[in-house]
Design a protein around this ligand. Sequence first.
Ligand code: ADP
Ligand code: MG
Length: 699
Amino acid sequence: MSDFLQTPIVYLKGVGPSRAELLQKELEIFTFNDLLFHFPYRHLDRSKIYRIAEIDAATAYVQLRGKITQFKLLGAGRTQRLCADFTDGSGLLELVWFQGIKWVKESIKPNKEYVLFGKPSAFNGSYNMVHPSMEDPEQIQEKQYQHIMPLYSCSEKMKARGLDTKAIMKLIHALVVDVKFEMPENLPAAIIHKYQFMDRKTAFRAVHFPKNLQELTAAQQRLKYEELFFVQLKLLRYKMKRTQLVNGIQFEQIGPLFNSFYQHNLPFDLTNAQKRVLKEIRSDMKRGIQMNRLLQGDVGSGKTVVALMCMLMAIDNGYQACMMAPTEILAQQHLHTVKELLKDLPIKVELLTGSTSAKARKQIDADLQSGALQLLIGTHALIEDKVQFQNLGLAIVDEQHRFGVEQRYRLWKKNKYPPHVLVMTATPIPRTLAMTLYGDLDVSVIDELPVGRKPIQTIHKYDNNRLHVYGFLKQQIGLGRQVYIVYPLIDESEKLTYKSLTEGYGSICLEFPLPQYAVSMVHGKMKHAEKDFEMKRFIKGETQIMVATTVIEVGVNVPNASVMVIESAEKFGLSQLHQLRGRVGRGADQSYCILMSSKELSNDARLRLKTMTETADGFKIAEVDLKLRGPGELEGTSQSGILDLRIADITSDTAIIEQARNDAKELLSLDLNLEQLQHQALNRYFAMYQRNAKWGRVS
Ligand code: ADP
Ligand code: MG
């Protein structure tokens, strides 16, 4: 990095101690380099002059050309302000100054033409503009750079102290245009050539002060690419190094258990997607390199059976396998499913959760260490240090979004060689986000549902239609189906939502009385045994309605349940709604998802509900979710720091992400340690980049 760019910001012409402090506090700009990375959020084409008559409520920054006809000094003391009538022939706009009144009166002349720039706001039925910037049209001609003017974000505090978008523009201009300094290239020449990128310094100049829109786009492309390239280089290098350094267990054979299961136990044909994914996992596990794979598959796509078949591969090769689930209910359900699928295959399976008795636990520990216990299913209890395997070969983590990355890696310590790790999730992660967020994992996708599934009909109903909805539920129950009714519960300890759940339960019991109907309830505050009891009653069909909180969200599988009612659906996030809906549609019957909401909906909530009624595609839903919430809000991303992007946008720059990833992969496959001559500059930059907490802050 050139030392010059590391100069503290206070030394920049026009900054000084008080502005420097403001820039540090408000924008985390400490050095010249940081200022360069304060990219404009948008540019204004100053070749366009608006007419006053064109201004409406949607108008943002505009440029006008006209004359002031008269000044008025209004108010007194602290409310004193200077107003002016400004006209361009098409209409009248009031200009207002609260500060610098004396200066304005002295330097701005009535009846002289000015080009005025600012943001109009509606006031008393017409528009005004507070503190416009006024320029002599002739001077503008000279200031070439301002033709496409950058707009910068700045806080209210900064504006109040005169450090507005225009002041920032002047500072950056002083730096990139007026000062001479070197900015070494950080991309390999081959890549620069491949994309015909402009050089680095030009890109920084042009991203702030483009000569034309074409140049702006080219500069943005280069800087976005650069940003994403280094993210990928870091992730991929980490991954490739790990696979080189860490020996993996080798599953050499497909053995008798797997074959017997495939021939005799598998109750259906695998979908093509399931087969493909199994092949991918199989080839990972036999090459002697530790597997770290993310298996994505929409709810109901059949991940469990894939998981089981992978565990059989491990057991056939003399290793143990385990599967972790985020909740006790789900762990039990997995145990149930697995036992049912295995039938009489000679495999010892046990369940280990927080509520396993001390006695049972003792036996499990002994059997794990002797190797007699081949397959262990459980909750977080599985990764406690005291759980010791004889030779764990494969660990499967279901619904990983509830398991932290750290927990995932605790699994590594269970063996001399780390076991293969397969992380399964039904939370659809848009491809590009997965490439960035889980860039160190390999990804397999089950993108196909088993045949014969009927699409779930999704309907949005307002609360005042509740009686109709109840009528519909009765009709469905009359046909022998079962129903979930879910209440939002953001925080299990939250009193209010708990109340709405129990109240809801009360009114549902009234509406669906015994002996004709039976209603179950499950929520996070119940004792485990109670929960279990209620869940089992529902699974057995002894109750027709399950009133629940989102504990039901993950993985629960009751094929006869064909209606999902979600109360206060506007309070749920999109991915959660999608997960909940995935609890139905698992059997042969037509299934329904009914989203109940009040009539007062925010725009976002309306879009969420609309998306749910329009599509069942988990990936589409995830895309909308990503757009609505931004990547920072998505589970697991906020801590990652990986998405601390300064210029690239993970939702819209998908093509660049793919290019950058492919290029980084190719480069590393030839030169993992970046030792070749042509990678020296890259190597220097990369070393600094890795040291830096804030990824963008390297010149
Ligand atoms: P998820 O991917 O959401 O964990 P599950 O593994 O619970 O899905 O599978 C959902 C349902 O689909 C289960 O009842 C399972 O037996 C069934 N299933 C899985 N694969 C197939 C298949 N290839 N054909 C038919 N049914 C399948
Ligand atoms: Mg599942």
